[in-house]
Design a protein around this ligand. Structure first.
Ligand code: CUK
Ligand code: CUA
Ligand code: CA
Length: 629
């Protein structure tokens, strides 16, 4: 069993040095420790939620995670990029960063936001230039990752996005008009019938200036989106707010935590009550209400009333069940067998285990609670190894705790009898993720702890630190959890999904039939001029563009369509136009288009920004913009 270090450096001596270095006053530190009742084991202890953790010496495990040069990882890990707005792809177990996929942001290397199509996707998605991406969820068929899509939320602007896993490229963003702060994003399982945006911020509905200072009128909604069309299907409005969500495995239930049952507008109000809710949405009952026209329409979306006093919640078959769970719960997650949904306490040191099938059998949904194990301070999120164990991140304790679900059900509530072991992480973990954890068949080998603070773990790089994504081996129940690797990461991943390589088949070359634009081959090059509009159709390949020179007039609206006619994988080109803010990337067999106004007379060397061959530097053409007069 992994033990917490009794003192910062593990020597049992005074650690005033560490505390001073961290700028933490020793008395404050002791006080915080006393307040949280864990003075005896101070590693990682903090002033509840806000304090600074204490560095702990940790011997790396001896598990071999290396992937030799030239060999492939076993898993893809998709990490959300937080407020960078992107998704990152890592190989596991090497933790090598393989790719970044721009989603809500604008990004030069992938040309995202620099060609007409991606601009249109961003524009249709609300026209914002950043997003706060938290929860990447791969699509599933029959409760197994199916390699079609990855979905992700934008907490900042109330949006959901879809990434094609055929091309590792964002292909749709939907703006959810009745939702501000789309936090959770999850598929309805087993077959990804809907994607849910879980609305966190309560606002008037519609949020058009009415009820500005009347918080009782604010509401938050669960939004269901069709994964094929990416159009909203219906909303369910609820009392309180919502935070994280997860789906049952049988297509019936969806769950979301609620930390603001109080309907408060400040911290004091939001933490007033001893309990908040886990909400259980009964999807067939909601669909029936939509079919029967039992909704109001807001912003062209059917909004079903799931508040506590709604007639739809009156009777034997309520559409939303409100289950009392301790103070300000955060994560909610369903175990791989689909038997239990587990809510994590955040301000309570327990997790609450609800037996899903019981929801149908009991009059009071609180009677479906079957366990409340004590796990540690600041439990946030729970994931699974497929062997009956749950792994919960402990933000305040800076630990990951492994516990046994069935044992928790047998044990007394509010005891730590179900806890198997704890491991220190560095520091203050948010999410954690295990391989294939959202499916019905987790692999139980690797776990990543996505830690918010890295403090002293890396060379200092100024006041903004990287976050620390730590790889932990969980495949050996006898040896226990073993910390294997620190990975400094640009801020700030929240959640992740680890997908076996056999579940994804990305294309190496575009299939032109998948693209909206017709390809331009060497025979198709032309310049079409009409009424101040110029359409340049050209191709690109090593080491040339379709034209050596193109001349346009100042003020012309210019569209360039360009096809990478290469068929060999890995040969990417781009069309960069200096001083026009354009860099359109084209991968093999890809066609892209860009439209701009030629408002600056002069000579512009259109060039390729990908180093594609020995004559890459010579791969350029002139854009000649003739002055008006
Ligand atoms: S949230 Cu960030 S640590 Cu958006 Cu899933 Cu919990
Ligand atoms: Cu094409 Cu460089
Ligand atoms: Ca609360």
């Amino acid at each position: 069993m992994a033990q917490r270090q009794p003192t910062a450096d593990g020597d049992g001596e005074d650690d005033g040095f560490w505390l001073a270095e961290l700028g933490v006053d020793r008395r404050d530190f002791m006080k915080a420790g006393a307040a949280t009742g864990i003075v005896g084991s101070m590693a990682g202890c903090t002033d509840l939620l806000n304090g600074e953790p204490e560095p702990a010496a940790e011997a790396p495990g001896d598990v071999d995670h290396s992937v030799p040069p030239g060999e492939h990882d076993e898993y893809y890990a998709f990490l959300s990029g937080g407020h960078s707005g992107e998704v990152r792809v890592y190989g596991v177990p090497s933790m090598r960063n393989l790719m970044r996929i721009p989603v809500f942001n604008i990004e030069g290397a992938r040309g995202w936001g620099y060609d007409d199509e991606s601009r249109e996707i961003l524009e249709e998605g609300g026209g914002y230039t950043w997003g706060d991406a938290h929860h990447p969820r791969p699509s599933q068929t029959d409760n197994e990752y199916d390699g079609r899509w990855l979905f992700i939320n934008d907490k900042a602007n109330g949006r959901l996005a879809r990434i094609s896993l055929k091309y590792f490229e964002t292909d749709a963003i939907v703006d959810l008009p009745n939702q501000q702060g789309t936090h959770g994003s999850c598929a309805l399982l087993p077959d990804t019938k809907y994607i849910f945006g879980v609305g966190e911020f309560r606002v008037p509905m519609p949020n058009d200036g009415r009820d500005l200072d009347d918080p009782d009128e604010y509401t938050s909604v669960l939004s269901a989106v069709d994964p094929e069309t990416m159009n909203p299907v219906f909303d369910v409005k609820v009392d309180g707010n919502m935070d994280n969500g997860d789906s049952g495995k049988e297509g019936r239930w969806f769950f979301a935590t609620d930390y603001n049952s109080e309907g408060g507008i400040n911290e004091e109000e939001m933490t007033r009550s001893d309990t908040d809710y886990l909400k259980a949405f009964d999807l067939p009952a909601i669909e029936e209400a939509v079919e029967n026209g039992e909704y109001e329409e807001v912003n062209d979306i059917p909004v079903v009333d799931g508040t506590k006093d709604s007639p739809l919640n009156d009777g034997d078959n309520p559409i939303v069940r409100y289950i009392d769970v301790p103070t300000n719960p955060h994560g909610s997650s369903v175990d791989p067998d689909g038997n239990y949904v587990i809510a994590s306490g955040k301000l309570d040191n327990t997790c609450t285990v609800i037996e899903i099938d019981r929801l149908d059998e009991v009059d009071d949904p609180n009677d479906a609670i079957v366990a409340q194990p004590e796990v540690g301070m600041g439990p946030l999120h729970t994931r699974y190894d497929g062997r009956g164990h749950a792994y919960t991140s402990l933000f305040v304790d800076s630990q990951v705790v492994k516990w046994d679900i069935e044992q928790a059900i047998e044990a007394e509530d509010r005891t730590d009898d179900a806890v198997i072991e704890k491991i220190d992480v560095h520091y203050n973990p948010g999410h954690l993720i295990a391989s294939q954890s959202f499916t019905s068949d987790p692999r139980g080998d690797w776990l990543i702890s996505l830690n918010k603070l890295s403090m002293d773990r890396f060379l200092p790089v100024g006041p903004v630190h990287p976050v620390n994504d730590q790889l932990i081996y969980i495949g050996d129940d006898d040896e226990g959890m073993q910390l294997v690797k620190d990975t400094p990461t640009y801020p700030e991943p929240h959640d992740a999904a680890i997908v076996h390589k056999d579940n994804i088949e990305p294309e190496q070359v575009y299939d032109p039939d998948d693209l909206e634009l017709d390809p331009v081959g060497p025979q198709d090059t032309e310049v079409v001029r009409e009424d101040g509009r110029v359409h340049i159709k050209m191709y690109n390949q090593r080491n040339e563009f379709g034209f050596e020179d193109v001349t346009v007039q100042e003020g012309d609206e210019v569209t360039i369509t360009t096809t990478n006619i290469e068929t060999s994988q890995n040969i990417v080109h781009s069309l960069a136009i200096p001083q026009y803010d354009i860099n359109v990337k084209t991968a093999p067999q890809e066609t892209r288009e860009v439209t701009f106004t030629a408002d600056k007379p002069g000579v512009y060397w259109m060039y390729c920004a990908y180093f594609c061959s020995a004559l890459h530097l010579e791969m350029r053409s002139r854009l000649l913009v003739e002055p008006e007069d």
